[in-house]
Ligand binder design. Structure first.
Ligand code: 18C
Length: 245
């Protein structure tokens, strides 16, 4: 019991860099803790959308006020990158358009809340026959021990008004990455000795009318595609970069 207690304590998040008086401070702390604690979450009862070696993508069908918000949980393990590197490429806008295919234009930084927290607006490609979507969310990265996590979560704090003809979707997304070190926990000297385990979770509310069957079909195709494309991009991008563990 003593050892499981210390494990539990070790998994508490270090405090983040945001001013505790900021209106988003509590929300960010709470949402991030929930995601952090979801590492290793069970997929029991979920539908397996795709399974390809280490890649697994699950979905559960969930409706809220007639809209599909189907939670997604995906896992993947890739060789040659660390948790920090993968999370950084998910969080840092410098890489976004290299792997993200759903955007119509580059993300807009509405505010820099802290060195590890941005307030962003993204405008998405239009999915016929529905209205174009945007989203406004804080995006936060943090690291503790072998693990690095990014959380993207919609907020109304600091959100600009909706442009006409557009609808605002609500998202709550996380990517948690863990570095697997070689036997004995030695620090690796070569990329081939390093693996990164990823857990991606997404819950997206369409925020307005969208035919459920179309959303489910697009989701089934696009989430596995995102997992492959993004992880492949990371492995490729770091090939000639020094290791960052
Ligand atoms: O997590 C991902 N990306 C992050 C950085 O951008 C961020 C964004 C998450 C938004 C995910 C939802 C995107 C929906 C876009 C709708 C139009 C897309 C058409 C594209 C066709 C190429 O956290 C990686 C996200 C990977 C997303 C895969 C696409 C999933 C489609 C989901 C359908 C349900 C969304 C409801 C939106 C209603 C649209 C009519």
């Amino acid at each position: 019991a003593a050892s499981s207690m210390s494990l539990l304590r070790a998994s508490r998040l270090p405090s983040h860099g945001l001013d505790p008086e900021h209106p988003l401070s509590q929300e960010i702390a709470t949402v991030c803790q929930q995601h952090w604690d979801s590492w290793g979450a069970s997929t029991e009862g979920m539908e397996l959308l795709e399974s390809d070696g280490p890649l697994e993508v699950y979905r559960s069908c969930l409706e809220q006020e007639g809209a599909a918000v189907d939670p997604i949980l995906a896992r993947h393990t890739v060789t040659g990158v660390s948790a920090r590197e993968v999370a950084e490429m998910f969080w840092n806008l410098q890489y976004r358009l290299d792997w993200e295919r759903t955007l119509d234009s580059a993300p807009i930084v509405l505010d820099t809340l802290a060195s590890d927290t941005l307030l962003l607006q993204q405008i998405y490609k239009r999915l016929w026959p529905t209205a174009q979507r945007d989203s406004v969310f804080w995006s936060h990265i943090r690291h503790a021990e072998q693990r690095t996590m990014v959380v993207n979560c919609s907020t109304e704090v600091g959100a600009p008004p909706l442009a006409s003809g557009r609808q605002r979707m609500q998202l709550n997304v996380s990517l948690i990455c863990e570095t697997e070190l070689p036997e004995g926990g030695r620090l690796p000297t070569e990329r081939s000795q390093l693996r990164c385990r990823m857990q991606y979770s997404a819950r997206v509310h369409p925020g307005g009318w969208a035919p459920m069957a179309v959303l489910r079909q697009v989701a089934k195709r696009e989430y596995p595609r995102f997992m492959r494309r993004f992880s492949g991009y990371c492995v490729d991008r770091v090939k000639h970069m020094p290791l960052w563990v």
